[in-house]
Design a binder for this molecule. Structure first.
Ligand SMILES: Nc1ncnc2c1ncn2[C@@H]1O[C@H](COP(=O)(O)OP(=O)(O)O)[C@@H](O)[C@H]1O
Ligand SMILES: [Mg+2]
Length: 446
């Protein structure tokens, strides 16, 4: 505001004073006008560096904040791997750079004052010499007019200096606003198409039609086609990195396909609203994300005014009710940061209860049991089977024991389907699936 007020007021003063000066002696004023751009150039160069460095500082501060967050979040791992020194020195390095740049800006700002002061005095002294010759030698200017002229020249120095200062303040603010705009104006490539339809229910099938997809340069999925009919369980298995989770990302439209299409009851998912698409699906992933809140609130995430009865019902289906009831505060117990006060199996069952409560027609399970020990895997597996009953599900699993009963098992390798069929069919075929099964059975023997 200060800067804006100055910018509004000072130019007028400057304009009128310059007008008066022209009227008294145009020769002298032309002289002044030669100096003004030179000073203006020097001062604006200073302003540019201030802007660039301010921008750097905002970026560095952003990095520092995310590093602090990451470090505090991973403090256990850092201590376990005794990497404190490394993180400390990283922190020190970054904060020192910020400190250094702040000092540079401080120095530039401090220099701006003396610089414009110097330029002002310099202009005035030249005026005295040249004006003196006009009065005394050429006698084209009277002494009185010259004194008035000099008074006016002093007058314009103050607003000129104030404007230089204001422009520096604005440069700093500009750098800040550029950074904010960078985030606010970031284009969203996944924005709903115009006239996008709203899905109200799931009737027939989800289809991948010759889908190819890449995150960066390499295709992660190549010419992938698959149909997931309503009410069936389709399992995706295959080595890690073969593109299974990517398929889950694509159905829920966190990315768009590069080639081909995905259709939901025959509608291209790019032509439906993302919100209505996602409301048809529930996801349970390997890392169950809980929030620092009560168990009840974690279960009812995204469901407005869920009743206590519904929450308990969901927890029962997910085999979570028993352990929750054993807590002193039951469903009102806090789960800690990221659910840290629960065990892995408990966290996973709360995450399943969340999906059960949402009760979408389609369930996507991405390695929902692979982070668990055999004991809790059994309980969670039961919970999942309760949940999947009468639902359409896509089950991504590393452990084949969990997909044996699927209606269709799809074996993937490097983004393509190697074979598909039921458990029996694939075993009879003796291909890649059989090999994976025998490898995992060996695991058990060892
Ligand atoms: N966000 C991402 N950005 C770039 N590459 C990714 C990203 N997510 C996964 N990938 C790459 O895509 C490939 C398939 O990953 P993914 O679908 O997660 O495999 P998985 O079958 O183990 O679930 C991997 O090579 C992985 O490196
Ligand atoms: Mg995966």
């Amino acid at each position: 505001m200060n800067a804006i007020m100055m910018i509004g007021r000072e130019p007028l003063t400057l304009l009128f004073t310059l007008g008066a000066m022209f009227w008294i002696s145009w020769k002298l004023t032309i002289f002044v006008l030669i100096f003004l751009p030179v000073s203006g150039f020097l001062i604006s160069r200073l302003g540019k560096t201030i802007k660039n460095i301010s921008g750097d500082i905002f970026a560095l501060e952003g990095n520092l904040l995310s590093r602090i967050e990451e470090t505090l979040g991973g403090i256990k791992i850092i201590k376990n791997f005794t990497a404190e020194v490394f993180f400390k020195s990283k922190f020190k390095e970054q904060s020192e750079e910020i400190n250094y740049k702040n000092n540079v800006i401080g120095a530039r700002m401090a220099m701006a004052g003396p610089l414009s002061e110097f330029l002002g005095v310099f202009t005035i002294s030249i005026l005295f010499v040249y004006g003196g010759t006009l009065v005394l030698l050429e006698e084209t200017l009277t002494g009185g007019a010259f004194i008035t002229y000099m008074g006016l020249a002093y007058q314009i120095l103050t607003p000129a200096k104030a404007m230089a200062k204001a422009s520096h303040a604005i440069q700093g603010g500009n750098a800040a606003s550029e950074r904010v705009r960078f985030i606010l104006d970031a284009p969203n490539p996944l924005i709903d198409a115009e006239g996008a339809k709203v899905i109200t229910g799931f009737e027939r099938e989800i289809k991948f039609n010759n889908v190819s997809f890449k995150y960066e340069n390499e295709y992660v999925l190549k010419d992938f086609s698959l149909t997931v009919p309503k009410g069936k369980t389709v399992a995706l298995v295959g080595e890690s990195g073969s593109g299974k989770s990517t398929l889950a990302n694509l159905i829920t439209r966190f990315y768009d396909v590069n080639e081909g299409s995905i259709t939901f009851d025959g509608l291209d998912i790019r032509n439906v609203t993302t919100k209505s698409l996602r409301s048809q699906m529930g996801i349970v992933a390997q890392d169950s994300i809980l929030f620092n809140d009560t168990i009840a609130n974690n279960i009812s995430l995204g469901v407005d005014n869920a009743s206590e009865k519904d929450i308990i019902h969901a927890a029962k289906i997910s085999n979570a009710h028993n352990f929750i009831s054993e807590f002193d505060k039951g469903y009102q117990s806090n789960v800690g940061d990221g659910g840290s006060s629960l065990s892995g199996g408990q966290r996973q069952r709360v995450a399943i209860a969340r999906a059960v409560l949402k009760n979408p027609p389609i369930m996507i399970l991405d390695e929902a049991t692979s982070a668990l020990d055999t004991e809790s895997e059994k309980v969670v597996q039961d919970a999942l089977e309760n949940m999947m009953a009468n639902k359409t599900s896509i089950v991504i699993a590393h452990r084949l024991s969990t997909v044996k009963n699927a209606d269709l098992i799809v074996v993937m390798k490097k983004g393509s389907i190697v074979e598909k069929g039921t458990h029996q069919e694939l075993i009879a075929k003796g291909g890649m699936y059989t090999k994976l099964v025998s490898l995992q059975s060996l695991d058990i023997l060892n």
